[in-house]
Design a protein. Structure first.
Length: 371
């Protein structure tokens, strides 16, 4: 198709040599002048200003600049290196460390109460900041309407309490991915719910390396684990069966997402591990399967492949991801063993059936033959 045939897009003219440039090109084919040179300068200036105070904004600006550079250009390699270096420094930074001394002095002054406040301040700050993100996510019309659609579908099967519980569990899982994507300045769509499947986020940009991909992938199950634990705590306090069912279901869904196969979140984390760490992960999977008899672990019953050389050289940097995956596997596997008593659910439901039925997306009523 000729350039003029593309609706709404016309060839531009190079300001340096006057050559016509097709809309898809990022550099002049004659003089190699960058088409978006002025925009690239503005993005570079924005990134430089934000780098000290807001590394995530700096990463977003550099990634936007990278999209405007030809892949064979020297500037593309330079910007890609800047993104990788800034991303690694972001992981190595401890943004709450600068507040530690102030809190520590206050804690020393008020004795035991201050020590307890110091111990739980990070959890409180995490809860407050992430709650804001969760509320902002609901302002996206596509996310909210698809959530309500999914909740309506599940309502007809399991009742409104369990339906809204599982939809919120899935939403928290997806917002974990959103938070990690925002942290690395990666553009993506808002979560979109699909009844019977879950929810999806489409990336508009891609992680710089396996490390970023792993952190983005593991963020969802980690947040989902938090949601399942919260539901379990409410269940233990109130003894209302529906909360136990929600905790069980949420744990199983996130555990399934951590299975290291195909495009699941677990596979993204698994690819960033060294070969030795992969064997450790296989041992943890085998142990959890023996303890819980979860069928989803059978999907990962294959020997680990050799990781890329770039991953194998960063053993110390992948230890945290290995520990994160192992602890998530163990916690979620144990949560799937929740036994919910027949109390607190809607009339006509057996919570033990609901938990098992959730795995195949189909309910079982007490009045059904053989139930």
């Amino acid at each position: 198709m000729a350039d003029a045939e593309v609706p709404g897009r016309a060839p531009s003219v190079c300001a340096q040599c006057g050559t016509q440039i097709a809309p898809a090109l990022l550099a002049c084919p004659s003089c190699r002048r960058l088409v978006h040179a002025e925009g690239l300068k503005r993005l570079a200036a924005t990134a430089e200003r934000a780098q000290a105070g807001d590394p995530s904004a700096a990463l977003a600006a550099w990634r936007q600049a990278l999209d405007l550079l030809p892949t064979d250009a020297t500037q593309h390699q330079v910007v890609a290196a800047r993104i990788a270096a800034l991303s690694r420094s972001l992981d190595a930074a401890h943004p709450t460390a600068k507040h530690g001394a102030r809190w520590g002095k206050g804690a020393a002054g008020v004795g035991t109460l201050g020590a307890l406040l110091f111990k739980f301040k990070f959890a409180l700050m995490f809860a407050l900041t992430k709650a804001k993100l969760l509320l902002l996510g609901l302002t996206k019309a596509g996310t909210l309407f698809s959530m309500l659609l999914s909740a309506g579908v599940y309502w007809t099967i399991w009742g409104w309490k369990f339906a809204f519980g599982i939809v919120l569990s899935i939403y928290i899982h997806e917002m974990g991915h959103v938070q990690a994507l925002q942290r690395y300045g990666i553009k993506a769509t808002a979560p979109m719910f699909i009844p019977g499947i879950g929810a999806v986020i489409r990336l508009k940009q891609y992680p710089a390396d396996a490390r970023e991909d792993a952190r983005v992938g593991l963020a969802g199950p980690v947040w989902g684990l938090g949601a399942a634990l919260a539901a379990y705590v409410v269940y233990r306090v109130t003894n209302v069966g529906v909360w136990g069912a929600i905790a069980h279901f949420g744990a199983w869904v996130n555990l399934f997402n951590l299975v290291p196969v195909w495009q699941l979140d677990g596979a993204r984390g698994f690819r960033a591990l060294t070969r030795q760490q992969r064997w450790i992960a296989v041992a943890v999977i085998a142990l959890m399967w023996l303890v819980t008899s979860e069928d989803c672990w059978c999907c990962s019953a294959s020997p680990p492949r050799r990781p890329p050389v770039s991953v194998a050289r960063r053993t110390n940097r992948t230890t945290a991801r290995c520990c994160s995956m192992g602890s998530s596997w163990a916690s979620l596997s144990l949560l799937t063993r929740i036994v919910v008593p027949a109390t607190g659910l809607e009339r006509g439901w057996d919570p033990s059936y609901v938990c098992d039925a959730a795995r195949v997306w189909w309910p079982v009523r007490r009045d059904m033959p053989g139930a």
